[in-house]
Design a binder for this molecule. Structure first.
Ligand code: UD1
Length: 370
């Protein structure tokens, strides 16, 4: 018996998660992975570069939805995906993460009664104003196979009444990718490329609407950078959304005039991994980066009030510092003066999560062992 899986990706953080899953699926002749890109992200440096670097096959289908409001984007993915799934007739739809494309694909699969697998299920920060929280919760409700990265996620799902037999604690596919490429990035010496010394700079990423969409909030972060750069160079690969806001709020010139802040375009996976691995600290509002820095052992100061990834705090190098200037600056000085938080690899973040996921899907849907 064969197992045809429609794997859906849309945005940058989906790509490092799908890479090890597709690779693992391709090891089994009975498994037929079909890759569908929704086109939520479409720039070369937000999408294509990750396919090239991570050896992800060219998607069989691209829905080319592009940017828009969240409702518009979600609806466009749904409208384009329904006829495709009807044509493909997969045995399973697999979605990863919590972006709009994840939820859209999950709803279409559920409406068509196609078994649905959600990788990275059960993450919660209990903040309903964050678009990803809505996407995560709704995707989990309609999923048949919920693959989690931590025991805490299993607990969240249990509390929401998701039957235990649907939930599988498998580890973290994003870390599968990190562990695969980590040893290769040292040679890249990207810190030298950007004129900073290894272990003597900060990396900043910022793209949450709550941090970048309001003039006051973004101005305050730029003020903070002005202070931090007096003691530590900051490399800032700006997400397109953030760059647009910096232009709109007239903050770009000010940022460019700071001698030790280097504003960069979004980077590819290998280059960014190398920058993170050799940073003295990372400042971010991303979810995935909280996990990656934990495994790299690099102190991470998260510019948010909450996280859906508490294991990175309890076991890893992550610390929530919110968005108040004095708190962020105080936390940075503390790392510089006293050293940062240390941690350990959370349970099952061992590079084998994709192996476990594919084994479970084969066992349940594909007649494993044939
Ligand atoms: C999306 C995800 C977020 C994830 C992030 C990683 C949702 C709700 N959000 O946020 O969870 O952490 O991706 O990047 O799905 N743009 C480009 N080129 C692109 C893509 C986007 O210029 O290739 C610009 C457009 O102006 C667009 C804006 O970025 O309007 C936002 O893109 P969008 O996909 O809506 O959300 P992200 O902020 O990227």
């Amino acid at each position: 018996m064969s197992l045809k899986v429609a794997n859906i990706v849309g945005a940058r953080p989906n790509l490092m998660k799908i890479a090890p899953i597709i690779r693992e699926m391709r090891r089994f002749p009975q498994v037929e992975p079909v890759l569908v890109h929704t086109g939520q992200h479409y720039d070369d440096n937000m999408s294509d570069v990750f396919f090239r670097e991570l050896g992800i096959p060219v998607p069989g289908y691209n829905l080319e939805v592009g940017s828009g409001t969240h409702t518009w984007q979600t609806a466009q993915v749904m409208l384009a995906l329904e006829p495709l799934l009807l044509e493909l007739c997969p045995d399973c739809v697999l979605v990863v993460g919590d972006v709009n494309s994840t939820l859209a694909a999950a709803l279409v699969a559920a409406k068509l009664h196609i078994p649905l697998a959600h990788v990275e299920a059960g993450l919660r920060n209990f903040d309903p104003t964050m678009p990803e929280e809505v996407n995560r919760k709704l995707t989990d409700v309609v999923s048949d196979y919920l693959f989690t990265t931590s025991r805490n996620a299993n607990e969240n799902l249990r509390r929401e009444g998701i039957p235990e037999h649907k939930v599988f604690f498998v580890g973290n596919v994003m870390i599968d990718t990190l562990l695969r490429y980590h040893s290769r990035v040292d040679a890249l010496q990207v810190s030298a490329r950007y004129g900073v010394a290894p272990d003597n700079y900060a990396v900043l990423t910022l793209h949450r609407p709550s941090n970048v969409d309001a003039l006051e909030g973004l101005t305050s972060i730029v003020d903070v950078l002005d202070v931090i750069q007096t003691r530590l160079p900051v490399l800032f690969p700006a997400h397109p959304r953030t760059y647009e806001r910096l232009v709109q709020f007239n903050l770009l010139q000010r940022l460019k005039s700071m001698p030790e802040v280097k504003l960069l375009k979004p980077l590819g996976y290998l280059e960014f991994l190398s920058l993170m691995a050799h940073a003295q600290l990372v400042l971010t509002d991303s979810g995935g980066i909280q996990e990656e820095t934990t495994v790299l052992g690099v102190p991470c100061l998260t510019l948010r009030e909450n996280t859906e990834r508490p294991v990175t705090i309890s076991e890893g190098t992550n610390e929530l510092v919110g968005t108040l200037p004095e708190r962020i600056i105080g936390a940075v000085w503390k790392v510089l003066d006293e050293g940062g938080k240390t941690g350990r690899h959370p349970e099952l973040w061992d590079g084998r999560a994709a192996e476990r996921i594919v084994a479970i899907l084969r066992e349940n849907l594909g007649g494993a062992g044939e």
